[in-house]
Design a protein around this ligand. Sequence first.
Ligand code: CA
Ligand code: CA
Length: 267
Amino acid sequence: MNTDQHRSNPNQKWIPVLSVFIGVHLWLILPLLAQDKKKDAGPKLTVALPLVVEAGKKTKLVVRGSNLDGVTEVRVHEPKSKATLVGKPKKVGVPKDYPLDRVGDSEVEIELDVSKDAPGRTIAFSVVGPGGESNRAQVAIADDTPRVAEKEENNGFDKAQTIRVPAAVEGKIDREKDVDVFQFTGKAGDKLRIEVQAARLGSPADLMLTLLDSDKQILDSCDDFAGSPDPVLTVTLPRDGTYYLSLLESNDFGGSMFAYRLVVRKP
Ligand SMILES: [Ca+2]
Ligand SMILES: [Ca+2]
């Protein structure tokens, strides 16, 4: 018989006492921790629409996020540009099963006055409210690629929206299972870079991009690229003719905030 089994550890008698001590204090501390967390939940931004603004112009944006209730100020992170709050923040519904951190539960309107000298391809801003300053949201600054608005119903090959390359299409997966199809004419040997800008601008849309030929045979497709949910394809067209581009949301999500920019141009 191993007598060690019966030898009691002198520290063991303290365990029940310690457990009660910790238990009692946790009950006292936990509500305080929860209160503190609530107090510290500052505003958070996800996406602003439209995704693209023009330099040298004022644009009204709807900014989506969470904890925007008490927002009192907007800050632009470009010294020559300005922004002001328009109206009051309001709550918006979050569809069931949608990730709150991607869609947000409140929105506020701002007016963004982008300096014509603003450098870079994007401009960033944040809001300030109870709990402090939010993260930075950003929108794209339009370049010289012709801007095209997506036109519904473009949800099939027979309803494909015709675009001319180069083009920067501004569209939305505006309802669940929406598929957006575009067509363009290309020549054998044309090199193209086909790029989606959505998640990187805060859009909740995780898009998947497919390039098809005139027989609707898939030539290439991309879901995520370089660590971002935004797909990019670099292709050399095999022959003269019609090509199709289709865009869909990887989770079949959709809604007014599921915006994207589809840029088709030479690399
Ligand atoms: Ca659409
Ligand atoms: Ca994707």
